[in-house]
Structures are given as C-alpha cells and as structure tokens.
Design a protein around this ligand. Structure first.
Ligand code: ADP
Ligand code: ZN
Ligand code: MG
Length: 501
C-alpha cells in the first residue's frame, strides 16, 4: 500500500468522529438510583429500571443533564430548550430492555465547534480555503460539532474461551449489568476533519475540555471515553463526499491516528484499482495494524426509533441553563492565554499545563509559593522534570527557586528529585546538606575562567575565528577546574563576555 503522504496528494480524506463519554463523576445511573461503579462485584448495581422489568418507570438524572449542557456550552453549542428521549430498538443481551434510551432529532445541545491549532510539524494543507496557513505551516482548523446528545450505556459482555473474543467462537458469554444505564454523552462532529493528525488533536482537545469540566475521568484505556472514526475519500478538488466506512474499537489517541491512516491508504488502493468502498463497520486490530470488516451498516429504519412514552419532553428553564453556564470553569485555551500574559510562560508550556486540570492546579499552587520571576521556571520544572514523579507543589517551588537562582543545574535537579520524591524533604535543604550548591561567586569563577583561557589558547583562537562550538569545551574545562561546583550557565556567560572583548 502507498504511504499516507503520497495518497493525500491526490485524495482528500473526509473524517467525522462520534465520541462516547461516560459521565463517571456522577453518583448514580441515568434513569435509576443505582450506584455508578465499575469496580463492584458484577451485577451488584442493578434494579428493575436498569434491567427493564415491565412496569418500572425511569426518572432522568438531573446532574447528567447539567453535565451535558455544560459540555455544550464549553464547545460553543446552542442549548436546545425542548428535546426528548427516544427508544432505539435492537436485540442483544447487553441491554435487557431491548431498546436503548437516547435522544431523537433534537439533542440537548447542538451546532457548536472546537477550533484546533495544528502545528506546522507534519501538517498538510487544507484544501477547503477556510484556513489561513502561517509561514511555518501551522493553521487553525475549525471543526463543527453537529450535536451532543444524552443516552445510556449498555452492559459489559465478556466472551470466554473463544477465538479473537468473538461471540461465535466463544464457549461462554458473561454479562455485567453494572455499566448498563450509565449516563453516556455522545458527541457527533460534522465531517470537517481532514487528516489523522487533526482527528487526534480533536480528541485530545475534547478530552482536555471534559476533564476541565470535571464530568468524566475520560479514560480511553478503560473505555470511559470511546471514539468511532468515520472516513471517506474524494479526489482533490471534488465537492461530493465518497462512501464512508466506520471504525470501532479505538482505545488510544495513537490507535485513532493509525487506524485512520491505514483506512485512508486502504480506500485509496481500492478506488485506484477501480473498486468500490462499501459502507461498512470495520474493526481496528492494533496488533496487526489493519482494519477488518465487522458488519455491513444497518440503516436507521432498523432501529424503529420513537419517543419514549415513559419520559416527559423537556423544557429547560433559563434558570437551569444559567446555572449550568455558571458552573463552567476557565477552559484550557483561556487558561493557556492567562498563563502566557500573567506569568510570561512559553506558549507551549502554558498549553501543556492548562490542558490537564490536575497539573494546572498543581502548577498554580507551586507558582503561588515563588517570586514572580521564578514562575516560568516552575512551568519548566512541571513540564520537563515532573512527569511520572510524585512530588509536592512545595517541593516543585523550592526546586524551581534553586534553578532560577542558578544554585543547581538541570542535571542536579534530577538528582535532587530522585532524593526527595515520595518524601517530605525540602530540595533546598537537600542541596545544602549534600554540598550541591553551585558557586555563583563571580569573583571566584572569573579566576577559573581566566586560568582556562590562558591555558587553552588553541580553542580561544578557534572561537575568535568563528568556531563558536568550542565554547562548550571551554565550559567543560571550567567545570572540571571548579570540581563541579561552578555554575555552567555563569561560566558560559563569563567565557562569552571575555572572548567577545
Ligand atoms: P450514519 O447515519 O451512518 O450514522 P451520520 O450521517 O449520522 O451517518 O454521520 C455519522 C458520522 O460520520 C458523523 O461524524 C459525520 O460527520 C460522519 N460522516 C458522514 N458522512 C461522511 C462521509 N461521507 N465521510 C466521512 N465521514 C462522514
Ligand atoms: Zn438501576
Ligand atoms: Mg449516525
């Protein structure tokens, strides 16, 4: 098969995502009072309502509707005051009622958008003319959101003893209804995404937004956030859409990217050989890096959708909508911009920190404990030194202060972290106790610099004739002469000063 870059020269990929997110932060299910928990004994959290016993009456979870309205406001959607629940019928044991309660043509929130910042790195030109490409190849991709609707999750099934986990090959199938009835939010994008990278960025941004709203733990790994990728190709310059396939079983950002990449290349091959793409659902197999057919697409008629007679239509009040609006916290983009303007952080650092609410609050706590000019160093520490470590905000603040004052080097900061991680120890004390503090006494350092310059005449001549790289060697000599106690950054500055004279 051809490579993606080559395929995209002749073909334009058209991608739309359907993203399911479980509202894991709620206490109870969507239409009953059963506890929301996946860790309990199988089938511990069930009742006549979520098992669909005759006569049991559902009651909508108000907090779930609050969450979905907040999700809509955060993604620039319009809140639809009037909507209702429908029944979507199908037969499969993961839903004992034989229908899923979901929303019909009108969802709680509709017609929004998320704007993606696609960096120049590997970005492809978007052909639809809506995008201003910057000199470095970066662009803004506005991705429209068709709707976000409320539905309920199905039970979890485990097929035991079978080939590739398929029910046909399994000797036994187990059903856990704990997940059945979990409040599930489905977001559907318009087919506005053009590359696997854009699709990955969209999911990332959506996850950051939902995490910040605090409505879900958004774990792709554990399935609380799941995504189906719809994809078709059309020749460059054409306006009509081609036939799409839908890909399921995508449980990581990387899988989403790789599955779309594979499917783009596969469809291009089919079309270039004069074949046709069938509208079908395909399954991504990460281990074999390919998609395989799961089933041909069912049509909407098969589901026999109609309004649920047990659930009254909604008429959301102004007061309810305003309450939801007030509960939307500062979102990642706004937070990023504030970090840049208020603290002078690098945009990339600010974006990374603002994208995760846990990291953002850790950063803000550490930043509050240091002097203003040290805050960018706190960000540097958070982004580059702390991932995968467990330290307190106080320790991060202390470490950043040491680094900003040139008392330790970056390499030493890692050593200090190895020592203080998981303890209460203060980095500043550790540095002093172990005599790690770098000398910033310029008088003493100058002496060393003069000694080294006097001795390394060859390198000095090379530097002066334009080979600036020898500076690194000279810094090394100074460090050696100071037995590692001098500050390399200061040596660097002093050397450069003296050599430029
Ligand atoms: P279906 O009826 O098959 O579920 P929808 O019209 O509901 O299809 O769209 C489902 C998803 O597929 C949406 O995210 C939409 O943006 C996307 N989509 C629709 N048509 C195409 C297409 N031709 N190519 C790629 N994606 C598409
Ligand atoms: Zn229940
Ligand atoms: Mg659909």
């Amino acid at each position: 098969m051809k490579k993606l870059a080559e395929v995209l020269r002749n073909w334009e990929a058209v991608i739309g995502l359907e993203v399911h997110t479980e509202l894991t932060m709620l206490e109870t299910k969507m239409f009953c009072g059963c506890r929301l928990s996946h860790d309990d004994e199988p089938n511990a959290n069930v009742c006549p309502i979520c098992l669909g016993m005759p006569g049991a009456l559902p009651v909508p979870n108000e907090k779930a509707i609050e969450s979905i309205v907040m999700a809509g406001i955060a993604t620039n959607c319009e809140v639809m005051r009037q909507s209702m629940f429908y029944r979507k019928h199908y037969f499969y044991p993961d839903m004992a009622k034989n229908f899923q309660t979901t929303q019909g043509p009108v969802a709680f929130v509709m017609h929004g958008h998320l704007d993606l910042e696609v960096t120049g790195n590997g970005a492809k030109e978007r052909p639809d003319g809506t995008i201003e490409k910057a000199a470095d190849g970066s662009y803004i991709a506005p991705i429209r959101i068709l709707r976000i609707h409320m539905e309920e999750d199905a039970a979890k099934m485990v097929h035991v003893g079978g080939a590739e986990g398929r029910i046909g090959g399994a000797s036994e199938s187990l059903i856990d209804y704990n997940r059945c009835g979990t409040p599930l939010v489905e977001l559907v994008t318009e087919p506005d995404l053009r590359t696997p990278e854009e699709a990955r960025l969209f999911m990332e941004k959506l996850r950051q937004t939902f995490l910040t709203l605090g409505i879900s733990d958004c774990s792709l790994e554990n399935g609380s956030m799941r995504c189906d990728g719809n994809i078709s190709l059309r020749r460059r310059g054409e306006t009509a859409f081609g036939t799409k396939t839908e890909m399921k079983n995508i449980n990581s950002f990387k899988s989403l990217h790789d599955a779309l990449e594979y499917e783009i290349c596969r469809q291009a091959e089919v079309l270039e050989e004069g074949g046709i793409v069938y509208q079908e659902t395909r399954h991504w197999e990460p281990s074999r890096r390919r998609t395989v057919v799961m089933r041909v697409k069912e049509t909407a008629d098969d589901y026999r959708m109609y309004p649920d007679p047990d659930l009254a239509p909604f008429d959301l009040s102004d007061e309810f909508i305003e309450r939801c609006r007030a509960r939307v916290p500062e979102l990642p983009d706004a937070k990023r911009d504030r970090y840049v303007s208020a603290f002078g952080l690098k945009r990339a650092d600010a974006a990374q920190i603002a994208g995760d609410p846990k990291i953002a609050s850790f950063f803000e706590e550490a930043a509050a404990a240091v002097k203003g000019k040290v805050v960018p160093t706190v960000a540097n520490v958070v982004v580059n030194l702390l991932p995968g470590r467990s330290v307190t905000a106080g320790q991060a603040a202390s470490l950043a202060t040491l680094l900003a004052g040139d008392a330790i080097t970056f390499a030493q900061a890692r050593e200090v972290l190895d020592i203080v991680e998981g303890t209460e120890a203060d980095p500043e004390k550790v540095v002093d106790e172990r005599g790690m503090r770098q000398s910033t006494d310029t008088g003493a350092l100058e002496g060393i610099v003069d000694e080294v310059l006097g001795r390394c005449t060859d390198q000095v001549a090379q530097y002066r004739s334009g080979n600036k790289k020898v500076l690194g060697f000279l810094v090394g000599q100074c460090m050696k002469a100071s037995k590692g106690t001098g500050n390399p950054k200061l040596f660097n500055q002093l050397l450069a000063q003296k050599l430029e004279d």
